[in-house]
Design a protein around this ligand. Structure first.
Ligand SMILES: *Cc1c(COP(=O)(O)O)cnc(C)c1O
Length: 413
């Protein structure tokens, strides 16, 4: 059972889709002495970080950094560009889309929640939670909004509760094809630095992200990447905002500083993270996560269990949702695996609780951590009496040995 006084032998396997395992190099950076956040060294740190973050988001425009979890950056995004009673179009893709929609309600805007009705015949699970954003449905809704009442379209890029990565460029095209001026707001909290994300190329107006997923930091800082159109909208938006307001942050950031005390030590870790990620090249990092995801899916398919994401084109490179057979409680399974093998898996959230679990394959992992994690899952499934078609561990090993990693340098040579 839970005991905080004894230290288990060996490393804990933190295979949840965020927080992801933190590299030792980042943990060491966190432990450095805190410096004066108004001093000259800090300005250098701040400017370096902000430039690095622009590269990760793929933007030439400002990125605001908040000492807050991802949820804070969700709120920041909404309060900076909206006014009380504004209509926004949100899309039900899973638990995180649902939470963001509830937040919009609490803040006093009027979210319309576009969904996909029906349940899946094979698994009994809601179809909306097995698919991505339907760009055609977004276009249709915007075309019907001739008066342009809808001020923003808000979607989740990588839906962490299901393992579905939506096609953001297609949502942008839907807005443009409808000739609609709505802002495009994208939650890429679990996508950034693992799944391909291109802020400027995709025409995103506000992106929201967090530290504890692809960036491999502990929880505690989060981000808004902006567009000039979003900054212009923030000048007229009437929802109350002070701590989250972009104007003072963006102004102070020009000198490498913040209007308040930033999370200095987490920013040291962010500096290390960017120093690990950027020299490798983002393409290499996206390819690495895609390859891990393929190996994990090979395992799930070998077991003969359904993958939560029902659309092959939208499989998440960050996590894989695994549906348990009817009658097998996914949370009891997770608990057994945690107790017996010191492996944490993601729980089923919201409408799919108890029917699925999530394997995170992001951040500081490698082939062998994933093979070991899959071994823990396979042993747990057998203990739970699940009949497996074949060994998933063997399938993943075969996949990883047959597909060597390539770096962007090799693949472009
Ligand atoms: C983790 C996550 C959140 C919530 O972030 P917190 O840091 O827990 O506040 C929101 N959206 C998505 C897609 C996430 O993965």
């Amino acid at each position: 059972m839970l005991s905080l006084d004894s230290h288990p032998s060996g490393r804990h396997f933190l295979q949840i889709p965020g927080p992801s395992p933190v590299p030792d190099r980042l943990l060491r950076a966190l432990s450095l002495p805190t410096i004066d956040h108004r001093g000259p060294e800090f300005a250098l740190l701040g400017k370096t970080l902000l430039a690095g973050l622009q590269q990760v988001f793929g933007t030439r425009h400002p990125v605001a950094v908040y000492p807050a979890s991802g949820t804070g950056a969700w709120e920041a995004a909404l309060v900076n560009v909206l006014s009380p009673g504004d209509a926004v179009l949100m899309v039900e893709t899973g638990h995180f889309a649902t939470l963001w929609q509830k937040m919009a309600l609490r803040l006093g805007v009027k979210p319309e929640f576009l969904t996909r009705s029906g349940t899946c015949k094979q698994t009994g699970l809601p179809l909306a939670w097995r698919h991505g954003v339907d760009a055609a449905a977004v276009a249709e809704r915007l075309l019907a909004d001739g008066g342009h009442a809808i001020k923003a379209v808000c979607v989740v890029h990588n839906e962490t509760s299901t393992g579905v990565t939506s096609d953001i460029a297609s949502v942008r095209r839907a807005i443009d094809d409808a000739g609609h001026p709505a802002l495009l707001m994208v939650d890429t909290i679990s996508g950034l630095a693992s799944a391909e994300y291109r802020h400027d190329d995709w025409g995103v107006d506000v992106a929201i992200s967090g530290s504890q997923k692809g960036l491999m930091l502990p929880p505690g800082i989060s981000f808004n990447a902006l567009s000039p159109k979003a900054i212009a909208a923030s000048k007229d938006a009437k929802l109350p905002k002070s701590y989250w307001a972009w104007d003072e942050i963006v102004e102070m950031n020009k000198g490498g500083y913040w209007p308040y005390t930033p999370s200095t030590n987490l920013l040291y870790a962010l500096h290390e993270s960017l120093d690990m990620l950027l020299p490798q090249g983002l393409e290499t990092i996206y390819a690495r996560h895609r390859r891990w995801a393929q190996g994990v899916r090979q395992a799930v398919q070998a077991w003969g269990l359904p993958i939560q994401c029902a659309d092959e084109a939208l499989y998440s490179p960050v996590l894989t949702g695994v549906v348990t057979p009817e009658g097998v409680d996914a949370d009891a399974l997770r608990q057994t695996i945690h107790q017996r093998f010191d492996l944490s898996l993601g729980t089923g959230l919201g409408r799919i609780k108890g029917r699925m679990f999530r394997i995170g394959h992001l951040g500081d992992c490698n082939d062998l951590t994933l093979v070991a994690a899959l071994a823990g899952v396979e042993m747990g499934l057998k203990l739970a009496g699940v009949k497996l078609a074949a060994s998933g561990v063997q399938a993943a090993m075969d996949h990883f040995s047959a597909h060597p990693t390539t770096t962007s340098k090799e693949s472009s040579a």
